[in-house]
Design a protein around this ligand. Structure first.
Ligand SMILES: NC(=O)c1ccc[n+]([C@@H]2O[C@H](COP(=O)([O-])OP(=O)(O)OC[C@H]3O[C@@H](n4cnc5c(N)ncnc54)[C@H](O)[C@@H]3O)[C@@H](O)[C@H]2O)c1
Length: 296
């Protein structure tokens, strides 16, 4: 495997492209938005600068990593010659089904098609492809260059051979792959999202403020980051979509997104990427809590 196509240059896509490129793979990074591609490449460059400053890599390794990445705005051009496609576009079922229908037409039968979806059924996505045994979930964690885990999700039809190839490849990226089965939220988000949703519900009910809730979980449970700040980093839109998928998939009201989360997504306050969520990420007030509205 030499050429890897990554679809989506947002939070996850640029991290996935960075990780493959730093391990020596040629990466074809695809996004419909030129602006996202530019922003994604800037992020990769800044993250590499930070690694150079910390002496984790040298200047030459930074340049080689950047040279390994080429950008595209057309899926058909970007996936040419790719042995593996990792889809990391927006968490939306219809969008992902459409992308995989396109991939079915534009890739050869032996190209492995992976999706970084946080919750959408791998089996459903694979149903858009004429040979679904080549479709698999490759769920990287944020920030990708730092986080060790890759949750590998086998769809109903995913072959043993494809699963082994992707488990081995994840190890070559210096990650730890864990194999799980295809049910809503898989393992990571089935456990994480109800906790985040409950933290938002606790805020919504006026039990405590943003700072208090996050501090209880950080200092009391030894979590490196509070659940509200973690939600800001994941993206409140992404959290909302995952909860909707689990709510729908299990038909269980315990997964219904908290009304405050829904309101914040509708208002465009979706966390770090929009500059404001439970905290303010604007340059002047970096990571201050948004106090007036949410503190009891
Ligand atoms: N944010 C997280 O912490 C996290 C963690 C693990 C997995 N994920 C999953 O990764 C995927 C991407 O999430 P994200 O947080 O990077 O989202 P994001 O909003 O930061 O980025 C999504 C990118 O996809 C692009 N896009 C949309 N439609 C496209 C198309 N048709 N072709 C090509 N590009 C397209 C957008 O322009 C955008 O740049 C989602 O499936 C999400 O569930 C997210």
């Amino acid at each position: 495997m030499k050429n890897i196509a990554v679809i989506g240059a947002g939070t996850m896509g640029n991290g996935i492209a960075h990780t493959f490129a730093q391990s020596g793979y040629k990466v074809q990074l695809i996004d419909i938005s030129e602006e996202s591609l530019k922003k994604g490449m800037d992020t990769i460059s800044k993250n590499l600068d930070r690694m150079v400053a910390k002496e984790k890599i040298c200047e030459d390794q930074k340049n080689e990593t950047l040279e390994n990445i080429t950008t595209f705005t057309e899926i058909s051009e970007g996936v040419e010659n790719a042995s593996l496609v990792v889809e990391a576009a927006t968490e939306n079922t219809d969008l992902k089904l459409k992308i995989f229908r396109h991939l079915d037409q534009s890739t050869s039968e032996d190209t492995i098609l992976a999706t970084n979806t946080s919750s959408i059924s791998i089996t459903q996505i694979a149903s858009e492809v004429s040979n679904p045994e080549r479709v698999i979930g490759m769920h990287f964690m944020n920030p990708v260059p730092v986080m060790k885990l890759v949750e590998i999700i086998r769809g109903y039809n995913t072959s043993d051979e494809v699963t082994k190839t992707i488990m081995d490849l994840s190890e070559k990226l210096n990650k730890v792959p864990v194999e799980v089965n295809d049910y809503p939220g898989f393992v990571a988000n089935r456990i994480l999202m109800p906790m985040i949703n409950e933290a938002i519900e606790t805020l919504y009910n006026g039990v405590a403020g943003v700072y208090e809730i996050d501090t209880v979980m950080k200092l009391g449970m030894a979590h490196p980051m509070g659940p509200l700040q973690l939600a800001d980093f994941i993206g409140l839109d992404v959290c909302h979509s995952i909860l909707e998928v689990m709510y729908d998939g299990f038909k269980n009201p315990k997964y219904a997104p908290c009304p405050l989360l829904t309101n914040m997504v509708r208002a465009g306050k979706i966390g770090v990427k929009s500059g404001e969520g439970f905290y303010d990420y604007s340059e002047s007030r970096k990571a201050e809590k948004v106090s007036s509205q949410f503190n009891s």
